[in-house]
Design a protein around this ligand. Sequence first.
Ligand SMILES: Nc1ncnc2c1ncn2[C@@H]1O[C@H](COP(=O)(O)OP(=O)(O)O)[C@@H](O)[C@H]1O
Ligand SMILES: [Mg+2]
Length: 249
Amino acid sequence: MSEIVLDVRDLEAGYEPGVPIVRGASITVAKGEIVVVLGPNGAGKSSFIKAIAGLVPITGGTVFLDGKDITAAPAHTMVRLGLAFVPQTENIFPLMSVEDNLRVACGILERREIPARIEEMYAAFPDLVRQRRTAAGNLSGGQRQMLAVARALIVHPKVLVLDEPSAGLSPKFVSMVFEMLAGIRKSGVTVLLVEQNAKAALAIGDRAYVLVEGKDRHEGIASELWNDPVVAELYLGQRPRKSGTGGGA
Ligand SMILES: Nc1ncnc2c1ncn2[C@@H]1O[C@H](COP(=O)(O)OP(=O)(O)O)[C@@H](O)[C@H]1O
Ligand SMILES: [Mg+2]
């Protein structure tokens, strides 16, 4: 029996009253799983995970973290509750050194455990140790994402939520990011991952959901979804073979 860490039920959220963007989306993430959320541009993937992280107003539904209802919890309390969110952009402090970026992410740790925890992050992300004095803004795109993820992991979150960590990176750094995610998976961290790079995300994920127009429309085992005709229709924009669910443009 797998223990559910994140349980999102019928979530509704949006930026303006009366304009729902997330429209009844439900997902679960079990301990140690990497769950991928796919979907066309504008499907509401970022809004969905931002709402989970307390960054977009929720108008309906429930978010449970480790069985605790966190639906109304403000964003700044999420790290303490065990949810670490890595936004797509602006996820590091570019003018601060790599080490200071890690240090300021340690807020909820006991002071005496911080130096050892920073060293553990360097052990997990060897690229960062060589750059510990470098301003984070001077890192490569791939290393920046490593730093962003290390900043999130440093406080031992129950779940790591990532918004498109490979977005905007050159192919070399995309591979670097996915190798890092595969490593995270081995270490047993629970991950909710939004990705445009469907093939690579499905290769490292356990299960995946396809979000369309703010709602979870399809779900499956990650390794099977790439060849799933429903995914091809909903996500890749191919025409259905038989008429059925009416997919969008
Ligand atoms: N800050 C915002 N204010 C108002 N509308 C927004 C905001 N961010 C996103 N949206 C709208 O929400 C919808 C879903 O966007 P988003 O969640 O970014 O989708 P995805 O991440 O799947 O591409 C889009 O129609 C977008 O215009
Ligand atoms: Mg997005």
